[in-house]
Design a binder for this molecule. Structure first.
Ligand SMILES: [Zn+2]
Length: 390
């Protein structure tokens, strides 16, 4: 295809503006972060001035220096504080270069300066620290903040940083900066041998078209048992007592631990699949519905919706595709061998069933994954044909 070959372009950036809808807890954290950023900026600036007056040299201390005297700084994302240091350095750099146009950096005041903070994304092997989900933005400390996107990033763009801002009228916006450099990756054409079908499974997380099951590490079962135990012991304690408070803290720590484990697992597993296969087929199940079914409070979130989003962008960065099959496609009750569609759904309690038409003995979830794969690929080739004839 002409024009789709990769060209080495200079780095380009795109900013997506999204409306953020933080909950009460996240709002409180944002307020604290705005305040800390203003505080650290003013502290660094005043120390810089003092140092300059005493020695005549230019120097800005790093945020770490202030954390012991002002322990409240430890409660917010340290990335946001580091960014204030970078911003102040940058403000001096342009001021030294062109003092006519850029004034001397000023102290920040709550009344006149806008509430905002910036945090950079870091890509660890377990996944990035900042990323977007279907209807939210995940940030360090705040977790997933609900968001409304008027535009979505392309799968191969790289999220660099986010600036959170609060308007005078009390609305929150996120400015997400993407590096959309490189180049659009060369599209990969999938084949039957290089395509994987995935079926969501309550028991195994997913079962794929080769019959393999994900079986994530025990985090779901073990952690949920532990959570239930803490909840039971909370019921026996006097609310407000020291004992009660300690147990609540224990609950939050475990909760956070489960969330992190789930995140690590989802990122590793989606990366493994995206690297190994040319295309992945899934059914467009309503993920929120699925998460509701498996939910136990909000910790029972299966993570499957996040898994799908991760797969989508990890495949897209390599020019590969996530092929989504209609959510009403009868993947489970269609016999993969003879394509007979059964009139009623196969019970989730049955691991296998026998096709009355051809006699094939089918594993329920593997059969569904095979059908999803066949349907996804058929859709893909149909679309390619239409494109070529157009
Ligand atoms: Zn059959």
């Amino acid at each position: 295809m002409a024009g789709r070959q990769s060209k080495a372009n200079p780095t380009q950036y795109t900013t997506l503006k999204v409306r953020l809808y933080p909950n009460a807890e996240q709002m409180a954290l944002f307020e604290k972060t705005f305040g800390c950023c203003r505080y650290i900026w003013n502290q660094m600036l005043s120390d810089q001035q003092r140092f300059y007056a005493e020695t005549g040299a230019f120097f800005i201390p790093t945020p770490a220096k202030y954390k012991n005297e002002a322990s409240f700084l430890k409660e917010v994302d340290s990335q946001a504080l580091i960014q204030e240091h970078n911003k102040l350095n940058q403000a001096f750099r342009v001021f030294f270069k062109d003092p006519e146009h850029f004034g001397h950096p000023n102290f920040k005041r709550k009344k006149t300066d806008r509430d905002s903070f910036t945090a950079c994304n870091h890509e660890f092997t377990s996944g990035p620290t900042i990323y977007i989900t279907k209807d939210g933005v995940r940030m360090t400390k705040a977790g997933i903040v609900r968001a409304k996107f008027s535009r979505r990033p392309q799968g191969w763009w790289k999220l660099k940083r986010i600036t959170v801002e609060k308007t005078r009228s009390g609305k929150y916006y996120g400015y997400i900066l993407y590096e959309n450099t490189d180049k659009m990756p060369v599209p990969v054409t999938p084949s039957e041998d290089t395509t994987l079908g995935l079926k969501y499974s309550m028991r195994h997380f997913y079962v794929d078209s080769s019959g393999a099951a994900a079986d994530p590490p025990q985090w779901r079962k073990v952690s949920q048992d532990k959570l239930a135990k803490i909840q039971r012991s909370l019921n026996r304690k006097q609310p407000g007592s020291k004992n009660y408070q300690e147990t609540v803290q224990k609950f939050y720590r475990l909760h956070e631990h489960i969330t992190n484990q789930r995140r690590d697992y989802v990122h590793k597993e989606s990366r493994r699949i995206a690297n190994a296969w040319d295309a992945v087929c899934m059914r467009a199940d309503e993920m929120r519905e699925l998460d509701k079914i498996t939910s136990l409070g909000n910790v029972g979130d299966s993570g499957f919706g996040m898994f799908r989003e991760c797969l989508r962008y990890k495949l897209a960065r390599q020019g590969k595709q996530l092929l989504i099959v209609d959510r009403y496609f009868p993947s489970t009750r269609t016999c993969f061998v003879c394509e007979t569609v059964m009139p009623v759904e196969i019970s989730t309690r049955r691991r296998t069933w026998t096709c009355p038409h051809c006699g094939a003995v089918l594993k329920r979830e593997e059969n569904a994954a095979l059908n999803i794969k066949a349907q996804g690929l058929a859709q893909y080739f149909r679309m390619q044909e239409q494109r070529q004839s157009a």
